[in-house]
Design a protein. Sequence first.
Length: 737
Amino acid sequence: MNLVETTQAAAATASLFPLDGRELTIGRDASCDIRLTGIGVSRRHAVVRCDAARPRVADAGSTYGTSLDGAPVTEAVLRGDSALTIGVNVLRVYIDDVSISFTLLNSDGGDSALGGDAEGGQIRIGRDPENDICLPHPMVSRFHAVVKKDAEGLSVVDQGSANSTYVNGRSVGTRSLREGDVVHIGPFRFYVKGGEFRRADDISKIRIEAHALGVKLGGKRLLDNINLTIEPGDFIALLGPSGAGKSTLCKVLSGQLAPTSGRLFMNGFPAAKFGAVFARSMGYVSQQILLRPELTVWETLSDQSLIRLPGDSTEEERRCRAAEVLELMELANRRDARVSNLSGGEARRLHVGVELLASPYVVILDEPLAGLDPGLIGKFMQIFKRISDMGHTLILITHTLERLDLCDRLVYIQAGKTLFSGAPDGICGYFGVSSISQVYERSGAGGVGADADGGRATGDAAAAAHAVAAAEQDLPRRDWASALRHPLMALRFFARQSCALTARYAKVYVRDRRNMLLLMAQTPLITLLLGFVYKMSILQLPISFYFCLTVTGIWVGGLDAVREVASELPLLAREARCGMSRWAYVIARLAVAAALSAAQALLFAASAVVIFRQLEFSCPLLVLLYAAIFSGNLLGLAVSVCSGGVGRAISTLPIVLIPQIFFSGILVMFEHMAELGRQLSRLTISRPVFGIMKKVFFLDRPLFRHIEWAELILLCVGLIIIFWIALRSRTGRRGAV
């Protein structure tokens, strides 16, 4: 019998079966008699017993249950004209004396022309119900794009959306549409056919096809001739020994690594060209848990929802989405617990939940079960199955062999090659062993070496041909107008992100009480040590005293900041790919550094006045100490991000700070320095700060009428620019594939 597919045309589709006592299976798996896809459909969802007297339906342990005529059922008798609900699909049941038929009523995914009666020749597209085409998905902005039709034809105009509008794989601002052009808005696909703007039938689906994929790095072949097809909604486990190529394959599939041979297709489109279109629809959960331990579970989800959801999302929308993920990951009872106080399993669930906020259609899980006990592994696998039944495609890298029966398919990789791809109950027979654990021994001994794809199709020729034709079109390299659209909306989103990130790092500092106490105690303790160096009874403090104040401020600021960025670069790289503005991050870091520097300068000045009574508490003293500490903070941040790691940052900082002494003018006057030394001194912070201190405290000059202020400001601006450039380099391009 033909399978009932949700991707068929909008007209009702029926399948007819005889009432001969057979059992029919309904579900997402390809082996089911009635195959359905979409949100809420389990791999094996329900069973229909075709009994001539009393045909019955029984739920097969599905995640979201089976309903008959709107009422949930475990087992029930089918009657003529009943409505059977499987996930988002509704099947109308018809029964006569000899047969039973099922008609799919809501197959609304077929291609259709849109907006023929749109007001003013425009089709408004977005998440808001007021649009002509409402696309309710977190990746779609409230008012995302407008399609216009005039005498010259069709054109599309992006409305300042958070995730851009793509035409033939390129982000555009305004673009005329030609016959055959493909438009992607979030996860939705449209195209132009016969002069009409049409919606395609692959909503909520990403079909991944790998054709002879190979990766060779440093002379070593990591992947070799991988052929693999992953259907929408599949729950796939990648198995194989360490170093087999599982993580490499996932990095290629997610766009983090380009293959050196072969081709990768997404819904029939070449990933090399259309990768940016699908990048935001793919989530990658790394093995390393990338969470801020100082934040609570709810603060983490709220913080990440602001980064990952479109800028025009309301606070209510973000809160609702965070609450949904909280319930899905079974963390509602830990809502107010700090991440540092979560168990290993709870932290991993939160880590996965963060990636689900934007509702990606493909989620890659890199060893999320490592180190968990068997009970937690079973709980995780049940959660993963529930996520898959909601319509997400899950690709799980694992060395754990418990509950693999919940997966739709197992893919076994050895030495960069696919040895097996098929149903979980078929792997042991394929390798001729009695348990999956023996597969590792069998494959390692070279017993099986065939490349397999479990009978899945290796490509869609029509889609591939269309993609190749689209790739040959003459497309502009960049539409700079896209960066200028709707500046007020972009500014509002930027300000909101800046405030949220500033609040995040303020909480991080305040909640780390030991570190905060150490930061605040640094300058008073150093001032106390200075009291043992200089006699407190002398009438006038020497110039070397003010040099010590200058260098202490710069060193304290640099040491405070040098670990900050380097310690969270993997987290920043993930957030940057998901929508975090790097300039918003820079501003947040500067705002927190400014506040921390002000508190330290105040303590520094107060302790100095208490210990050295001949020193007056004054605005010039406070301002100059603040300038030294804050500029030192900027230096530390720049070193932190340029180094790329905490260890390297700490090792590099002395190389940058020691010249602050050599070229300050205290050891050797500038006119006696070598020419190269004089030029290098202009790149140090100590020169302008110490120069102002000398003029203010020894020559009684006004505070702000000095050329050194301009030099200091230029140095600080240069450090901020270096910070941003290095941050952009370390975190990669947004949405890069």
